[in-house]
Design a protein around this ligand. Structure first.
Ligand code: ISE
Length: 345
């Protein structure tokens, strides 16, 4: 914390998420500043750095992390680049906020877990931003307080207006349902033990070779069942909901649509068109929480273990998608560093 007691953050990756985080750290949250940006496209890095006072541009994450003005790292590069960036951050013992996925597969995610274990303390917060959404946080608090009794089921809806070119069926699990996988583990405090994927006849609006929508069923260690409708070309907007069904009641997060308008003989509101808008407040809270914890010398929020467990469930999900079979999840033993383990059965 070299300047004004604020945290100097290196943002690695200046694509849409990375640039949005640069804007957020620079203009929205407090206690941090963007001291460096990194992109393999040097011109892109320079043009983003030029928007922020005192920000340096790099093409190599290791060079940025070696810089004295960098106290913490936000990784927003493509998933395959995460492992190297995380291991480099560990070499400098720097705190990291890593966008999801932690890494693209379970084996590399477990390598990150083992490397953090060797470091002896947590350094990584994974960017599962839904945990910071106001309604999802309320649902978690309600479940934790026993307000619904023992949770039995979650009904989840995850809809995107459309997909970018090249979006595959596997990405529906790895990039999209990964959020429900994390939400399930977080809300229920149970591990996911098996995945089944059912595919209705695809929507006519789905790009060729994309089986859209799909229904993903998750089974948990405590006997709960979670269903997820994933529909990534629904056409009308970005919509995420989660209804918890407990022994004594139900509660649903995700219905707050903002302003409710009566006009021209109709009632209603607007539906956000993408996750950057829908989860803007959650992203703000997530980054602020990371900065605050880091300045206190702590690491909080979703851990590398959570990132690994999600990757292991995704792997089972992609296999289940291909085979049409119920597929069990293989999970390593949870290291003591990530205790306490799932508590609610
Ligand atoms: C994207 O990567 C996200 O993380 C979004 O939250 C999700 O809705 C979308 O399907 C993914 O592609």
């Amino acid at each position: 914390m070299t300047r004004d007691g604020t945290l100097g953050v290196a943002v690695i990756g200046t694509g849409s998420m990375g640039s949005d985080h640069v804007r957020r750290i620079d203009q929205v949250i407090s206690g941090a500043r963007v001291s460096a940006v990194v992109d393999i496209d040097g011109d892109r890095a320079k043009s983003v750095a030029a928007l922020v006072d005192g920000c340096a541009a790099y093409t190599d994450p290791a060079a940025a992390m070696a810089c004295a003005d960098v106290d913490a790292v936000l990784v927003a590069s493509p998933g395959p680049a995460h492992e190297a960036a995380l291991l480099e951050a560990f070499a400098h013992d720097l705190p990291v906020l890593c966008e999801k996925p932690l890494t693209p597969d379970a084996a590399s995610a477990l390598r990150v877990v083992r490397a953090e274990e060797r470091l002896g303390h947590r350094r990584v917060q994974v960017g599962f931003m839904r945990r910071y959404d106001a309604e999802f946080a309320q649902l978690k608090a309600l479940l934790d307080a026993g307000g619904l009794g023992r949770p039995l089921m979650l009904h989840c809806t995850h809809r995107n207006a459309s997909t970018p070119p090249g979006f595959t069926s596997q990405m529906m699990i790895n990039d999209s349902v990964v959020h429900e996988i994390d939400v399930t583990r977080w809300l229920l405090e149970q591990e996911i033990t098996a995945v089944t994927v059912l595919r209705p006849a695809p929507s006519g609006a789905a790009p060729e070779a994309l089986s859209d929508p799909q229904l993903v069923l998750l089974e948990t260690s405590g006997g709960a069942i979670v269903d997820v409708e994933i529909f990534v070309n629904c056409g009308f907007g970005y919509q995420v909901r989660c209804e918890a069904v407990g022994e004594h009641g139900t509660a649903r997060a995700g219905d707050a649509h903002g302003l409710y308008v009566n006009a021209a003989g109709r009632w209603g509101g607007e539906i956000a068109q993408d996750y950057v808008v829908r989860f803007r407040d959650a992203y703000d809270r997530q980054v602020q929480a990371w900065v605050d914890a880091t300045r206190r010398g702590e690491t909080t929020g979703p851990s590398a273990w959570d990132g690994y467990a999600a990757a292991a469930v995704c792997e089972a999900g992609v296999r289940a998608q291909a085979s049409g079979e119920r597929t069990t999840v293989a999970l390593a033993e949870r290291p003591a560093l990530y205790a306490p383990g799932p508590a609610r059965a």
